[in-house]
Design a protein around this ligand. Structure first.
Ligand SMILES: [Cu+2]
Length: 325
C-alpha cells in the first residue's frame, strides 16, 4: 500500500513525539485515520447532517474557550503582554491533530484589550524553528509595524499606542502569510473608545481555517479555534440584553466569509471604528482580516443559529448557536 500525502502528514506528526504524538500513534495503530473532510470525500459531505461534519476534541469542556470568547474587563492600563511563538501539535477537532504554529500555545492567540491612545507593551519571542514576526493592524508608527523577521530564539520588545478605537487583528506576516496564519498565528486586539462602549454582553468570535490535508486550502473551520464548539456549547446570553460581538475573519485562503444570524437582525460597525452603524441586517460579509462589531438583542428565549452562508464552511465546523435564556 502506498503512502498518501495525508499518511505522511500523520506519520510526521507521530514522529514529532510527545503526548499528542503518542495519541496520534495509538490512533494509527488502531485504524486508518478517518478520511479528512477534504474534497476527496464528497459522499461524506452529502450524507452528513448539516453542521455535523466537525466536532470539537472530546476533552474540551464548555468553558474551554472562555478566555478567547469572553472579553477581559475594560480596565485601566498599563498593558503588558507576552506573546511567544510555539510550534506544537494541536488537536483541532474530534479527529484531527495538526502541526500548528501558535502564539502562547493556543489558536487564536490571546484576546488583547486596551484603551484608545494607551501604550501597549509586548514582549515578543520566537520559540519556533523558523523566522516569524508580529504585525498589528490599526494605526501605529511605521517603525513598529512588525513585518521584519524575528529569527528562532529571538526576542523583540514591541511598543505602540493603541489606535484607533475598534478591533484589529494581529498576526504573523511572514511569507507565505496564508500558511503562517492558517497554522494558527493570529489573534484579536480590541481597542476601547474614550469613555468605553455601553454595557453589553461582549463576545469575541474569530473565524479561522485549518488545512488538514496539506493542499494549501482550509478544509476545517472554527470560531475561536475549534470547529463545532459553539454547536456543542451554545453561547449563552440573556433575553433582551445588548449583545456585542467582536467579529474577525482570519481565514486566509477563502476570498470572503460571512456571518449570518437566524431570526434576528444586528447593527454593523465596520472595524468598530465608527459610532454610527453602517447597516442593520442579518448577514455581514468579510474579506480576510476584515472585521466588524455586531450589536443585537435576542427578544425571546430560544436557540438562534449562526453560521457563514458559505455552506462549505458551515458544514465543516463554523456552525454555532446563541442560546437566549
Ligand atoms: Cu510565522
Amino acid at each position: 500500500m502506498g503512502l498518501s500525502r495525508r499518511d505522511l502528514l500523520w506519520l510526521s506528526l507521530g514522529a514529532a513525539g510527545g503526548l499528542t504524538g503518542a495519541r496520534v500513534w495509538a490512533g494509527l495503530r488502531g485504524r486508518r485515520p478517518r478520511p479528512s473532510l477534504a474534497a476527496d470525500s464528497p459522499r461524506l459531505l452529502e450524507s452528513a447532517e448539516y453542521g455535523a461534519m466537525a466536532g470539537p476534541p472530546p476533552d474540551l469542556g464548555p468553558q474551554a474557550l472562555d478566555d478567547l470568547t469572553l472579553l477581559p474587563p475594560a480596565a485601566a492600563g498599563p498593558r503588558h503582554y507576552r506573546l511567544e511563538v510555539e510550534e506544537l501539535n494541536v488537536a483541532v477537532s474530534q479527529d484531527q491533530v495538526l502541526p500548528a504554529w501558535t502564539f502562547n500555545g493556543r489558536i487564536p492567540g490571546p484576546l488583547l484589550r486596551a484603551n484608545a491612545g494607551e501604550t501597549v507593551n509586548i514582549e515578543f519571542r520566537n520559540g519556533g524553528a523558523r523566522p516569524h514576526n508580529l504585525h498589528f493592524h490599526g494605526a501605529h508608527e511605521v517603525a513598529v509595524d512588525g513585518w521584519e523577521p524575528l529569527p528562532p530564539g529571538g526576542t523583540r520588545r514591541v511598543q505602540f499606542r493603541a489606535a484607533p478605537a475598534g478591533l484589529h487583528p494581529y498576526h504573523c506576516d511572514m511569507t507565505p502569510a496564508p500558511e503562517h496564519i492558517s497554522r494558527g498565528l493570529y489573534g484579536l486586539l480590541v481597542v476601547d473608545p474614550p469613555g468605553g462602549r455601553p454595557p453589553a454582553k461582549e463576545l469575541a468570535l474569530v473565524l479561522g481555517g485549518f488545512d488538514t490535508d496539506g493542499d494549501g486550502r482550509s478544509d476545517l473551520f472554527g470560531w475561536n479555534g475549534v470547529p463545532g464548539f459553539q454547536m456543542k456549547y451554545p453561547l449563552r446570553v440573556r433575553v433582551g440584553e445588548l449583545v456585542r460581538v467582536y467579529l474577525l475573519n482570519m481565514v486566509a485562503d477563502e476570498p470572503v466569509i460571512s456571518f449570518h444570524l437566524h431570526a434576528q437582525v444586528f447593527d454593523v460597525y465596520p472595524s468598530g471604528t465608527g459610532r454610527t452603524p453602517a447597516a442593520r441586517t442579518d448577514v455581514v460579509t468579510l474579506a480576510p482580516t476584515e472585521r466588524a462589531i455586531l450589536e443585537f438583542r435576542l427578544p425571546e428565549s430560544g436557540r438562534y443559529m449562526f453560521h457563514p452562508h458559505q455552506a462549505r464552511l458551515a458544514e465543516r465546523g463554523a456552525m454555532g448557536w446563541f442560546t437566549a435564556l
